[in-house]
Design a protein. Structure first.
Length: 558
C-alpha cells in the first residue's frame, strides 16, 4: 500500500459501536450541498462539526444517499475533555474497519472512511502510549490536525454543508464508493518537495499522482496550488487540468511567494482552523492546504443558496448544479464574482514577505480573484442572473490565455471516435463509462493517451460467479499513426472487485492510471485468477508508455 503524499502545510501555530442503523422515519429530501474532504481524517468531537439536530440517517434528507451506511455512535457533545471522550468511546472506535463508510450522528459528517490498514485499532497502542488517549490512532480519527483544519475551513465558509471525510492515501480511492456523489471536493495533497507532481513518480511509485486521485466529473474539484516555491501551476501534471479549480495562498491585498503562481483563485494562506485534539478552540494554520477548502466552502455556500432558491433537492450532474442553473453558468459566476479587492474576514495581515498586489494588475497574481464567503452573495447573484461583477479587459484576456495554456498541455486533447469492444464509443475510465464484455469473445479496442491524461485507460465490466478462474489473453500493436522507431506500445491489465481492489494480487488498491503502470512496468494479464464472490468485476487496460495503439483481448472464465 503506498504511503500518502504529504499535506500542503506550513505550520504557524499548528501545526476523522458501528452497526446497522434502525430505520428512521422518512422525510422529504431537503436542499443540501455535500463537500468531500480528502485528508488526514477528522476530530468529530470538535464543536465546529456538532449539529445536535442531525440524528436521522442522512438517507432521509439527502437525496441519493445510501441507506446502507451504518452509524458511528460517539459521545458527541457529552464531554468537554477530548481525552475523556476518547476513553468513553474506546470500544466504539475499535469496531471501525477500513474501506467502510460511516455517518456520525450529532454532526454534519454524513460520511467518513479510512483506507489504511495500518491506522486501524489492531496495531495502534503500545505500552508507551496506552495511558495517553490523545496518542491513540484509529481509522477516521485525525491524529495530525491537518484534516480537521481543512474540514473546519470548509465550514467557516459554509456552516450548513454536509461533509464526506476521507482519511488515507492521496488517491482517496474510497471516494469511488462514497454513499452519495459529492457536489464539491477539496484536495490538499502534494509531493514531498515543492516540485511538480510528476517529479515524484520515480520516488513515490504507485502513489496517486498525475490524475490518479479519485474524483467524479459531476463534482466541482478544488485543489491546493502548492507551497514554498512560486512555480507556475501549469507545469504540474494535475494542476494544469482545465477542470481543476486551483487555489493559491494569499492575503487580502497581498501575494505571497510561498504559494505557487498562475492559479485560478486566491484565498487565505494563513487562517484560523479548529484545534484537532480538543472539543473547542482554534489555532492558526498556514499553507495552500487551507486556501483550497476555504474557496471550496465559498462555492458550497453559494451552491446551497442557489438550491434553496430553486427548491432543488438533487445533486450536481455534469451539466446542471440546480434546477435553473447550469454547471457552466455556476462556474462563470465563480469566475466573475471572485474579487480583486476583497474584504478581510480574518485578522491575518500576512508576513513581511507578502507583497502588495497592484490594483490594476491583480489578475496577474490572483487569476480570477479572491474566493471566500465574502463574495458568496455576488456568486449567487450572478448564478441567478440578477447582476454580475465586471472585470477589466486585461483581466479577461489574461485568464483566457491561462486557460489556453492549460488546454495546450494536451489534457483535453480531442480523441478520435472509438469502437472499443465494438461498442462505438470509448470504454471510459470508470465504472460508469465502462463497456460491458462477456467471456468467450474476442474484442478489438484502441487507446490514445495524451501525455499524462487523455484516453490513458479503458474499463470493461463483466459478470462473474464465485470460484470462477479468469484468464485474459491479449495482444497489443502500435497504431499506424505512430512512427516505426517509437518504443513498442504496451500496457497493464488489472482485474478489480466492487471496491476497485485488484483481484489475485497482493498490491491492494491502485490508481488506475498509466503513470502507475509506468512506475511498476507492464504486467502480464490476469492468468487463472480465482474470483471470490459472484458479482460485477472490472477489467482495466492502462497504457504503459503513452503510445497510442490498438489492442485485442479475450476473457476466459471457467
Amino acid at each position: 500500500m503506498p504511503r500518502p503524499l504529504v499535506p500542503l502545510l506550513l505550520a504557524a501555530a499548528l501545526l476523522a459501536p458501528g452497526g446497522a442503523v434502525a430505520a428512521a422515519p422518512r422525510t422529504a429530501p431537503q436542499p443540501t450541498v455535500v463537500v468531500a474532504v480528502a485528508d488526514t481524517g477528522v476530530n468529530p468531537y470538535h464543536e465546529v462539526f456538532r449539529r445536535p439536530k442531525n440524528t436521522q440517517h442522512p438517507c432521509t434528507y439527502v437525496k441519493g444517499f445510501s441507506c446502507a451506511i451504518p452509524a458511528l455512535r460517539l459521545s458527541i457533545g457529552k464531554y468537554q475533555d477530548y481525552r475523556e471522550a476518547l476513553v468513553r468511546d474506546r470500544d466504539v472506535w475499535e469496531t471501525v474497519e477500513p474501506h467502510q463508510w460511516y455517518w456520525i450522528p450529532g454532526t454534519n459528517i454524513v460520511g467518513a472512511v479510512c483506507d489504511r490498514e495500518y491506522s486501524s485499532p489492531r496495531d495502534v497502542r503500545t505500552p508507551e502510549n496506552e495511558d495517553d488517549p490523545s496518542t491513540w490512532r484509529y481509522c477516521i480519527l485525525d491524529n495530525d490536525g491537518h484534516g480537521t483544519g481543512t474540514a473546519s475551513a470548509v465550514l467557516s465558509e459554509a456552516p450548513d454543508a454536509l461533509l464526506l471525510v476521507h482519511e488515507g492515501n492521496a488517491g482517496a480511492y474510497d471516494l469511488a464508493t462514497m454513499p452519495v456523489t459529492a457536489d464539491v471536493q477539496t484536495h490538499s495533497w502534494a509531493a514531498p518537495a515543492p516540485l511538480p507532481l510528476q517529479a515524484g513518480d520515480p520516488v513515490l511509485g504507485d502513489a496517486a499522482i498525475c490524475g490518479g486521485a479519485e474524483r467524479r466529473k459531476e463534482t466541482l474539484y478544488f485543489l491546493a496550488a502548492g507551497n514554498e516555491a512560486p512555480f507556475p501551476t501549469w507545469l504540474d501534471c494535475e494542476r494544469k487540468n482545465p477542470d481543476v479549480h486551483v487555489v493559491g495562498g494569499a492575503y487580502p491585498g497581498r501575494w505571497t511567494p510561498f504559494s505557487w503562481s498562475m492559479y485560478d483563485y486566491a484565498s487565505w494562506f494563513c487562517r484560523p482552523v479548529a484545534v484537532h485534539a480538543a472539543t473547542k478552540g482554534q489555532e492558526t494554520a498556514c499553507g495552500t492546504s487551507f486556501a483550497s477548502p476555504t474557496a471550496a466552502g465559498a462555492a458550497a455556500a453559494a451552491l446551497l443558496t442557489v438550491r434553496r432558491h430553486d427548491r432543488y433537492t438533487g445533486r450536481n450532474t455534469r451539466t446542471q448544479v440546480s434546477r435553473t442553473v447550469s454547471r457552466a453558468a455556476f462556474e462563470e459566476a465563480l469566475q466573475r464574482a471572485a474579487s480583486y479587492a476583497p474584504k478581510a474576514k480574518f485578522d491575518q495581515p500576512g508576513p513581511a514577505t507578502a507583497v502588495p498586489v497592484p490594483e490594476d494588475s491583480a489578475h496577474l497574481f490572483w487569476g480570477y480573484g479572491w474566493l471566500d464567503s465574502t463574495v458568496t452573495g455576488a456568486i449567487v447573484s450572478c448564478a441567478l442572473r440578477r447582476a454580475c461583477p465586471t472585470k477589466s479587459a486585461d483581466a479577461q484576456s489574461w485568464n483566457e490565455q491561462r486557460q489556453q495554456l492549460r488546454e495546450a498541455q494536451g489534457v483535453n486533447a480531442p480523441v478520435a471516435p472509438q469502437r472499443d469492444a465494438g461498442s462505438n464509443r470509448d470504454a471510459g475510465t470508470d465504472r460508469a463509462t465502462a463497456v460491458p464484455v462477456v467471456p468467450g469473445r474476442t474484442y478489438d479496442s484502441r487507446i490514445e493517451p495524451h501525455g499524462y491524461a487523455g484516453d490513458a485507460d479503458d474499463w470493461y465490466t463483466l459478470k462473474l460467479r464465485a470460484g470462477q478462474r479468469v484468464t485474459v489473453t491479449t495482444a497489443g500493436y502500435v497504431h499506424p499513426s505512430v512512427p516505426v522507431d517509437v518504443t513498442p506500445a504496451s500496457g497493464c491489465w488489472f482485474l478489480l472487485d466492487a471496491r476497485n481492489r485488484e483481484v489475485g494480487a497482493p498490491r491492494g488498491r491502485l490508481p488506475m492510471r498509466y503513470v502507475a503502470c509506468d512506475s511498476s512496468g507492464p504486467n502480464t494479464p490476469p492468468t487463472n485468477v480465482r474470483v471470490p464472490a459472484t458479482g460485477a468485476y472490472v477489467l482495466v487496460y492502462t497504457s504503459h508508455n503513452g503510445v497510442p495503439h490498438d489492442y485485442r483481448f479475450s476473457v476466459a472464465a471457467r
